[in-house]
Design a protein around this ligand. Structure first.
Ligand code: GLC
Length: 444
């Protein structure tokens, strides 16, 4: 074989082996792509759309027949975004201690908040705002050093070629050509969104069609080929990266090691001024701690007004969260799930190297705190965000028994946080627990 031929052969071999690699194999490994997500702990979700004009349920209000589609769409005329300040939004999100944010680029109502070329149902062509609302936000988020997430509803109840219109009315049930038109439209919009180079795609509405119909696998490879570092939530019919329990805090640790609880501040995703059922800042901090203790994130939602201002109650919650997260940074970001419940009567987490055990005290203790079954020697205990060293004592250890003694920690009132106090317990190595049923004396 000549030199020229062997080079040619090598070239052919190389390119064919590359094209043979499946899309999955070419992906950046999950652990690498999701590393920032696992450390992030807090994200802010934003549901902004025309539904804020009447202050009604996002998309569902017409789907469920509480308002006609025509009347719902009239809200476009009131969606003016005239006080929209994306830099302020991003700085407020940063102040809350969140590391990422996810904004609705298009909800189930089909109204795109960017200048999509796939249809004129967008805020540039049809809303009073007359502009692309996503680009300036994407820029502001990146300027603040936050990760950018884009929410996108796969289903689109307003699209003329999407089969479902309302709960009781379908446009068609089986029409391959129309479906194909819609599918192309979806791919077109998703391709447009890749230009924002998002760190996360947050899908929703996948339940109405199968993975095959959405071409979920192809959506995943499209996004990962255009934005290879990105991550995808689970609502892509089995082709996502992480789990998204909604509203209810999980009672036990979810199976997927990557997860995020998405939750509203009151009972609405979008702006609804008559919904005053806000959780308190204290309750939200405790929910955040609950997620942290199970190794997950909290994606907390805000619903801005149609003019782009953020309701006062929501600003206050974000700032209150900011006070607490800023003080307790060390015990939040990059932590891992804590120890099993029987060892401490409350939430716990571990540092990444498992040598610091964090205790979150969300009630006023009625005596010293207690840790049971800890085999490690303790090197030091202090109050996070304050530094005060705390006295502690191990009692009840028997020389003949493997059961560790009871570790009591004094927590004076003067160092307690008004929301959740955090205690750091520095161990002599990786946490080592005795979790058995106990031991009786065998012989002596
Ligand atoms: C649900 C709803 C939707 C909301 C979303 C947020 O899937 O359909 O209205 O945006 O939850 O998680």
């Amino acid at each position: 074989m000549t030199y020229k031929n062997s080079i040619l052969l090598l070239f052919i071999l190389l390119t064919s082996s590359l094209t043979n690699l499946s899309a999955q194999e070419q992906e950046i490994p999950k652990a690498e792509r999701l590393a920032w997500f696992k450390d992030a702990k807090l994200g802010i979700f934003i549901h902004w759309g025309i539904y804020a004009v009447n202050g009604i349920d996002e998309s569902w209000s017409f789907f469920n027949g509480y308002i006609s589609h025509d009347d719902y769409m009239k809200q476009l005329n009131g969606f003016n975004a005239k006080n929209y300040d994306p830099n302020y939004w991003a700085s407020l999100i940063k102040e809350s201690g969140a590391k990422y944010t996810v904004i609705t680029t298009k909800h189930h109502d089909g109204v795109a908040l960017w200048d999509t070329k796939q249809s004129d149902l967008n805020t540039v062509d049809k809303a009073k705002a007359k502009r692309d609302l996503i680009s300036p936000f994407a820029q502001a988020v990146k300027n603040e050093g936050l990760k950018l997430g884009l929410y996108y509803s796969l289903l689109d109840w307003s699209h003329p070629d999407y089969p479902n219109f309302t709960r009781n009315k379908k446009r068609y049930s089986d029409d391959a050509d129309r479906w194909e038109k819609f599918r192309k439209f979806n791919f077109g919009q998703l391709k447009e969104l890749t230009r924002y180079n998002p760190d996360l795609y947050w899908f929703d509405g996948d339940w109405e069609q199968s993975a095959e119909k959405w071409k979920a696998k192809e959506i995943r490879s499209l996004l990962l080929s255009k934005t290879p570092h990105t991550i995808i939530n689970s609502r892509l019919q089995g082709y996502g990266d992480y789990a998204t329990p909604e509203q209810g805090v999980p009672i036990s640790k979810p199976d997927n090691e990557y997860w995020e609880l998405c939750m509203t501040m009151n009972n609405s995703w979008g702006y609804q001024p008559n919904d005053t059922t806000y959780k308190s800042t204290n309750q939200i901090i405790r929910i955040l701690v609950d997620c942290i203790s199970m190794g997950g994130n909290l994606l907390l939602d805000i619903g801005p007004k149609p003019d782009g201002t953020i309701p006062k109650e929501q600003v206050e919650i974000l700032q209150g969260l900011g006070r607490w997260t800023n003080k307790h940074k060390a015990a939040i970001y990059g932590t891992r799930a804590g120890i099993p419940h029987g060892h401490f009567n409350g939430y716990t987490a571990l540092s990444k190297d498992k040598k610091i055990l964090y205790l979150y005290v969300d009630n006023k203790p009625n005596g010293p705190l207690l840790i049971k079954g800890l085999k490690n020697k303790v090197n030091r205990i202090w109050v996070v965000g304050n530094g005060t060293k705390l006295p502690y004592k191990v009692v009840g250890k028997q020389y003949w028994s493997a059961v560790p003694g009871l570790l009591y920690i004094d927590l004076p009132e003067s160092v307690q946080d008004k929301d959740v106090t955090v205690i750091a317990v520095l161990l002599d190595g990786e946490v080592d627990l005795y979790s058995e049923a106990g031991q009786k004396i065998e012989s002596n």
